[in-house]
Design a protein around this ligand. Structure first.
Ligand code: KIV
Length: 276
């Protein structure tokens, strides 16, 4: 990253939709991660993450469910409040969970509004292309920043029957390009592209004015996002190749806890110095 690139996010006290667009326009890559609690949200914010997503991956990595479908709007609101309360710099975005925006446009808007009123989040994210265009138009039209999410959409995983990459055929690729353009037109301020070929990530990024945020979508997107417990090696149940491991926290924690248990059992903890 050169000096000009480093400056945009660093020079604002709070990252907003405008900062995100300026980053795309100037070629500064947007760094995004997920958080669900106070401790991680603070660490991520202090480390310079631009967007902190309270993802519905909460369902997998926090609640232990096998899909994102079970997490509720109330649970998303609970975690988002905790994250928003501690984050000072990053833009906090919340996923609208499954069944909170699919029934009617009005219900989607009411739920997005509830998230904004109750959590101090700075925007919401929903999955889908053309089929959610009216929802995006309403939510954005009423002044709520909204991010789209296309490609692999975890809320539809049961329909697709697996986590294979999307957009690998010409027909699917064209449909995704069309979806991205429709979401931009509807008022999305960014679009997450999940698990699609790098070349398609590049094509979509070049066709859009707004930024793309890739997860398994190659190096040409305007930003990148990973699920934090995946990249820290804390959640080991699932390891797609797009996850780069920056730490092995599960191993570190397990080693530390085993040592603690052994020390307690042998009397090595606490010592006199650790006592009053
Ligand atoms: O829920 C989530 O964490 C997400 C990211 C994978 C983009 O949607």
């Amino acid at each position: 990253m050169n000096d000009t690139r480093a400056s945009i996010s660093a020079r604002v006290s709070r990252v907003t939709t405008r900062t995100i667009q300026e980053m795309k326009d100037s070629g500064e890559t947007i760094a995004c991660l997920t958080a669900y609690d106070f401790l991680f949200a603070r660490l991520l914010d202090e480390a310079g993450v631009d967007i902190i997503l309270v993802g519905d991956s909460l369902s997998n990595v926090f609640q232990g469910n096998s899909t994102t479908l079970p997490v509720t709007l109330d649970e998303m609101i609970y975690h988002t409040k905790i994250v928003s309360n501690i984050v000072r710099h990053a833009m906090v975005i919340t996923d609208l969970p499954f069944m909170s925006y699919q029934v009617t446009v009005e219900e989607a808007f009411r739920n997005a509004g509830r998230v904004m009123k109750e959590t101090n989040a700075l925007g919401v994210k929903i999955e889908g292309g053309e089929r959610v265009a009216k929802v995006v138009e309403k939510i954005s039209g009423e002044g709520i920043p909204i991010i789209g999410h296309i490609g692999l959409m975890p809320q539809s995983i049961l329909k697709y029957g697996g986590y294979r990459p999307r957009g690998t055929s010409e027909e699917e690729a064209q449909a995704l390009i069309r979806d991205a353009l429709i979401l931009e037109e509807a008022g999305a301020f960014a679009i997450v592209l999940e698990k699609i070929p790098a070349s398609l990530g590049r094509t979509i990024t070049e066709k859009l004015r707004i930024p793309t945020i890739g997860i398994g979508a190659g190096p040409y997107c305007s930003g990148q996002i990973l699920v934090t417990p995946d990249m820290l090696g804390l959640f080991e149940d699932f390891r797609p190749r797009f996850v780069r491991r920056y730490a092995n926290l599960a191993e570190d924690i397990s080693r530390a806890v085993r040592q603690y248990v052994a020390d307690v059992k042998t009397g090595a903890f606490p010592t006199q110095a650790e006592s009053y």
